[in-house]
Ligand binder design. Structure first.
Ligand SMILES: [Cu+2]
Length: 465
């Protein structure tokens, strides 16, 4: 027997032919920066919805010290969330900022028409184009630039989401957020400082240096984390701009109560990880029952810990020991950074090296955060029985050349740090001489250590031995 399951809005859609919905009046669309979204359409009638979007090419930070020339819809990656309802007539104004270097256009997957609008929206710097479309199908859709070389425009950040709500809007929830995954390809390896140009060869190979949420490593971490309170319902609008990778979207510590699979009308329940195709999306809903930091990841896990695809949802409120109890070790899931690429020498951009002790401290802190912190912890306190402390470490302070050697070559076997024996393995860290000098200078000048300064020449001397 085949019955339609009772999904409310999608049944209404069957009754009304959306092409016959009349529009009543005009409305200028709200444009808000991610991870926020405009308010639901709730009960408003279908309208002529006027969207003003400007393409902006601009340099922004990919991660600490790494600059990238992003091409954006509206100045952010992803571009502003566009919220419509079935039957709206969208009048789309696409501007190309006069300071931009390239022509652009827009292909919205919610459009029924040639190129999803791309064929009508090609616009040169300093100009504006206007085209109109009626939204017929409810769901969550990707939009992106489709100007040649298409892959390059998308890889530089030109994507966003457009939501088509059913008449009456989506069911009410307490919190809504907008997240989009994207992969980025740079000439230099992950974390290499300076302005990093796009690397077309890596893009064709689909081998990104960065896989991130909302355009930057850490865009949803720390004080930029999204938030909710215990007992609230959360809806995540999650898209994948690609251009290359499919996302295995997962939230560590939560189960998705409902997922609009691929952003459409099919609802799956009790989902652990949902697949989000490149150029696709999903609507994910869950209730948060206990406090803590939920970690958003692409569960292709090296991308999360080594390429940046890691975000946070901080839940505050009362504990509920019936649902979860146990001592919590905060900060188990940290980014670990990545140096997986071997760049051909001639393509590598020159390394930006620390010029002063002040810069060594600054760079060293960043290198520590993405390379050492995952094991030795944020204040160098280590983890009992597993990772020795770097704070007030007698072992560290006793011999600087030995410390350099450990970072270059790794370490295994018994050692005694502050009277406690460790017998574990530290992996060799694939860092440059300058980076090792900076990170060790930072460690020696933090947490009660004895303030040695390590130079690249000292590191080189050990490496060459
Ligand atoms: Cu473009």
């Amino acid at each position: 027997m085949a019955f339609f399951s009772c999904n409310g809005p999608s049944e209404q859609k069957k009754e009304i032919d959306p092409t016959t919905i009349k529009v009543e009046g005009e409305l200028v669309a709200d444009m808000i920066d991610p991870p926020l979204v405009p308010l639901s359409v709730v009960n408003r009638p279908a309208k002529k919805l006027i969207v003003h979007m400007e393409v902006v090419e601009k340099e922004m930070e990919m991660t600490d010290g790494v600059i990238y020339n992003y091409w954006t819809f509206g100045g952010t990656v992803p571009g502003s969330f566009i919220r419509t309802r079935v039957g709206d007539e969208v009048e789309f104004h696409l501007k190309n900022h006069p300071d931009n270097k390239l022509p652009h256009n827009i292909d919205l997957h919610a459009v029924t028409g040639p190129g999803g609008g791309a064929e009508s929206s090609f616009v040169a710097p300093g100009h504006e184009t206007v085209f109109s479309f009626k939204v017929l199908n409810e769901g969550l859709y990707v939009y992106h630039c489709a100007t040649a070389p298409v892959g390059m425009h998308i890889a530089n950040g030109m994507y966003g989401l457009i939501l088509v709500e059913p008449a009456g809007g989506l069911p009410k929830v307490d919190k809504e957020y907008y997240i989009m995954q994207g992969d980025f390809y740079t000439k230099g390896a992950y974390g290499m400082r300076g302005l990093q140009p796009f690397d077309m060869n890596k893009a064709i190979d689909e081998n990104p240096d960065y896989v991130v949420f909302n355009g930057h490593v850490g865009a949803l971490n720390g004080d930029k984390a999204i938030t909710a309170n215990v007992g609230e319902t959360v809806r995540l609008f999650v898209g994948n701009g690609g251009p290359g990778l499919v996302s295995s979207f997962h939230v560590i510590g939560e189960i998705f109560d409902r997922v609009h699979v691929e952003g459409g009308s099919l609802i799956n329940e009790n989902v652990q990880t949902t697949l989000i195709p490149a150029g696709g999306a999903a609507m994910i809903e869950f209730k948060v029952e206990v406090p803590g930091t939920l970690i958003l990841v692409d569960h292709s896990i090296f991308r999360a810990f080594n390429k940046g695809a890691l975000g946070m949802l901080k839940v505050s409120g009362e504990e509920n020991k019936e649902i979860y109890s146990g001592t919590t070790q905060t900060g188990i899931y940290h980014p670990e950074g990545g140096r997986p690429q071997n760049m051909p020498e001639e393509e590598a951009v020159p390394e930006v090296v620390a010029e002063s002790i002040k810069e060594q401290m600054e760079f060293g802190k960043q290198i520590y955060a993405r390379t050492c912190l995952a094991c030795h912890q944020s204040e160098g306190q280590g983890i009992a029985h597993a990772f020795p402390p770097l704070a007030k470490s007698d072992y560290l302070n006793a011999d600087v050349n030995r410390a350099i050697d450990i970072v270059i070559n790794g370490k295994s076997g018994k050692i005694v740090v502050n009277g406690v024996e460790y017998n574990s393995v530290m992996t060799r860290q694939d860092l440059t001489d300058d980076e090792i000098a900076s990170v060790l200078t930072y460690v020696y000048n933090s947490w009660g250590n004895d303030k040695k300064v390590v130079t690249p020449a000292m590191v080189k001397a050990i490496r060459d031995k």
